[in-house]
Design a protein around this ligand. Structure first.
Ligand SMILES: [Zn+2]
Ligand SMILES: [Zn+2]
Length: 126
């Protein structure tokens, strides 16, 4: 359960679902639950200094890729990321459906992050 991949600084353990995620240099979110963390200003730079969990709030299909919007639970920062082929398609559909129903309800603040363990220590590997 504590199995970790530590070969590159892009690897991380998902704080929401517990998956060990191997980064590919482009993806900075969990392919299983799609949550991310607010650690980067530009992908991979680890300059944000926030460390908040970033909730997937919207999915947008474009011509050549799909863009996932994350919203930081701590500071409210929004960030758009391309999805990865490894991302869970069902999870992407759930985010899109939740975003659609939230838009109808008039807001995106509709789901409590049940498993989000914000108290867990922030890990930096560098
Ligand atoms: Zn996850
Ligand atoms: Zn933040």
């Amino acid at each position: 359960m504590a199995r970790r991949f530590t070969r590159t600084t892009e690897d991380f353990d998902c704080l929401v679902c517990g998956a060990s995620v191997r980064g590919d240099g482009y993806t900075n979110h969990c392919p299983h639950c799609l949550w991310s963390r607010h650690v980067d200003v530009q992908p991979g730079d680890r300059e944000a200094g926030c460390g908040g969990l970033m909730r997937p709030v919207a999915v947008e299909s474009r011509a050549h890729d799909t863009v996932l919007t994350h919203l930081c639970e701590r500071c409210g920062h929004r960030r758009r990321n391309r999805t990865s082929p490894a991302d869970d398609q069902a999870a992407l559909l759930r985010v899109a459906a939740a975003a659609a129903s939230a838009a109808v309800a008039g807001g995106i603040d509709n789901a409590a992050p049940g498993a989000a363990a914000g108290a867990r220590e922030r890990r930096r590997r560098r």
